[in-house]
Each structure stands twice: as C-alpha cells, then as structure tokens.
Design a protein. Structure first.
Length: 244
C-alpha cells in the first residue's frame, strides 16, 4: 500500500477568506504561525534547528563577484547532494544560493552538473567517500577529483557542525535562497528521535550544509578575473581567515 504526504498552506484552502486568515493568525502564537498557516513542521518535537523559516529564507539576488564561493558534496547512490555558498565578508553572512539533488546516477553525471555551476569553485566532500565506489573500486573522492572537481575532505564532526549551523541561523548569518526547495524541505523535517539521535532520513543537504560551514567556506575563493594583458583568467587568493 502506497502512502503520500502533500504539504499545503492556507492559500490552498478555498473556503478561508482573507478575514478568516487574519483572525486565525491573530489567535496563534508568533512561533507557531508558519507551522499552522504554511504547513511547515519547523518547531515540532525534536527539531534540530528551531528557527523560523522567514528568518533565513531570502529571495534570490545576483551574487556580487567579490564574494568568495565554495560548495559541499554529500555522495551516495540513493542520493547525491551538493550545496553552494557565497560569503558576504562585511556582514559575515553565508548565503546558500544553489543546490544539487539527484539520485541513482553515476559520478560523471554529478561531476558534470557540479562543474556547470562554475568549474573554478572549490569544494569539500563527505569523508565517507573514502569508501569504495560502485564503479570500479576506486575512492569516490579520487574519481571526482579526476573529473575536474577541486575537493578536500570535509570536517564531519556532527554535533559541532550542527552547533555551528545553528549559531549562524540564530544570529541571521546563514541565509538560503527561496529557490532551494530541497534544502528547505529537509530542514523542516530534520529532527532527533526520542533518544536524542538524529533521524537519518532525507538529510543529505543537511549533511552537506554542515560540511560547507565547517570546512567549505574556509576554501572559498572569488570568481576568476581577466588579466589586463588579455591572458587567461587567474583565480584570486583564497580567504582563509573566515572564522570557521
């Protein structure tokens, strides 16, 4: 027997008028309004990041060229996920601006898609990729490097990473574009069970986000610029003193 879950909000309920919605909103505590009106289970029992979605979701904008960028990659056959971040150094705010979320595809497909976001952008990869690949027994990380990705292993200290992400979310120094639907969906469901253990379901981008904050942004660089003499573009210096 198949089961389906569909998320709807008040705008999908035709019998609720604008006045009805206003009255309902006024009767609901502020911290529950998104959960009640939009069907977002953001503040349920065991939630790992109890932060209102409206505090960290922003509308997309053009990333300034001088903001350093990096990506983080979580690999697996059932799901391979990647997230890209840009760092506004003036406000010390990281903006997650793009995501990749694909299942059951070979590494070459993933590598091509990641390079397509900008082959100059460096990244970090799930340390579990030190295991064997499905293809020919080589480490997945080495395969991806051989396909042109600039990758280092990420720091995978789970609790420290969760705290680092949460601290940035609470201080509004971690934002995400509204177009990152998979990231938003995973964060709504990212939770612990009754024993305090992380529920390992649909958490690939949550893992990648941890890698990005713990290790990825320390590798961030700005977009290469053309040299005045017309020679090939050169990358600018990395910014290591990011505080991560």
């Amino acid at each position: 027997m198949s089961k389906w879950a569909i998320q709807i909000d008040w705008d999908d309920v035709p019998h609720l008028s604008d006045n009805d919605k206003a009255e309902l909103i006024a009767s609901i505590p502020p911290h529950q309004r998104e959960a009640r009106s939009k069907g977002i289970p953001a503040l349920g029992s065991g939630v790992i990041y109890p932060v209102q979605e409206s505090d960290w979701v922003v509308e997309p904008f053009e990333i300034p060229r001088h903001w350093p960028r990096a990506f983080a990659l979580d690999v697996g056959w059932n799901r391979t996920a990647a997230i890209w971040g840009a760092w506004d150094r003036e406000s010390d705010t990281v903006y997650a601006y793009d995501e990749y979320y694909v299942s059951e595809a070979p590494p070459q497909v993933h590598a091509d898609a990641i390079r397509g976001r900008g082959p100059w952008i460096p990244g970090v990869i799930d340390p579990a990729s030190r295991g064997r690949s499905q293809v020919d027994g080589r480490a997945l990380a080495d395969e991806y490097r051989g396909m042109g990705l600039d990758l280092h292993y990420a720091n995978n200290e789970v609790e420290a990473g969760i705290f680092a992400v949460y601290r940035r979310l609470r201080s509004t120094r971690l934002k995400a574009f509204s177009t990152l639907q998979n990231l938003r969906s995973e964060r709504r469901l990212y939770r612990r069970d009754e024993k305090g253990r992380i529920v390992k379901e649909r958490d690939h981008l949550m893992d990648a986000e941890r890698y990005l904050i713990m290790s990825g942004m320390a590798r961030a660089i700005t977009e290469p610029v053309d040299r005045p003499d017309g020679e090939n573009a050169r990358p600018v210096d990395r910014y290591e003193s990011t505080g991560y």
